[in-house]
Design a protein around this ligand. Structure first.
Ligand SMILES: Nc1ncnc2c1ncn2[C@@H]1O[C@H](COP(=O)(O)OP(=O)(O)OP(=O)(O)O)[C@@H](O)[C@H]1O
Ligand SMILES: [Mg+2]
Length: 111
């Protein structure tokens, strides 16, 4: 069974909604990490009392889930639909090949 890792970097406030949307597709196992990042706009410029400061790295949440090949498209659709605001900074989705998944408790192996 071929598997892929999906990494999605999203807005932190969208995490609950994205997890619910993935669960509706039967995808429950995942890892969540608080990260900082920047995209094409290189962070954001903030203006306060005439002073412009650039915030180079914005807080984001990274979701990682390893799924079967046939679950990749449903997962991407679920993430897109639930994480989108339509504004810049909504996030990014990456799909990576996975060599092997081994469960610790049993001898179960996916490749
Ligand atoms: N090429 C990339 N490589 C690694 N991480 C990225 C990349 N692009 C975006 N990210 C991560 O995704 C987060 C959100 O990116 P963002 O949504 O701003 O992407 P974007 O390409 O600038 O899209 P948009 O134009 O909609 O803002 C970034 O803070 C960063 O953590
Ligand atoms: Mg951006």
């Amino acid at each position: 069974m071929a598997v892929k890792m999906i990494q999605a970097v999203i807005r932190p406030e969208k995490l609950d909604g994205v997890m619910n949307a993935l669960e509706e597709k039967g995808l429950v196992a995942l890892t969540v990490t608080n990260v900082r990042g920047r995209g094409e706009q290189r962070g954001i410029a903030l203006e306060f009392r005439g002073m412009v400061t650039r915030v180079e790295l914005l807080p984001k949440v990274k979701i990682e889930l390893v799924v079967r090949d046939d679950e990749v498209d449903p997962a991407i659709q679920a993430i897109r639909a639930s994480a989108k605001t339509g504004n810049i900074g909504d996030g990014k989705i990456f799909v990576l090949p996975v060599e092997m998944v081994g469960k610790v408790r049993t001898e179960e192996v996916w490749r």
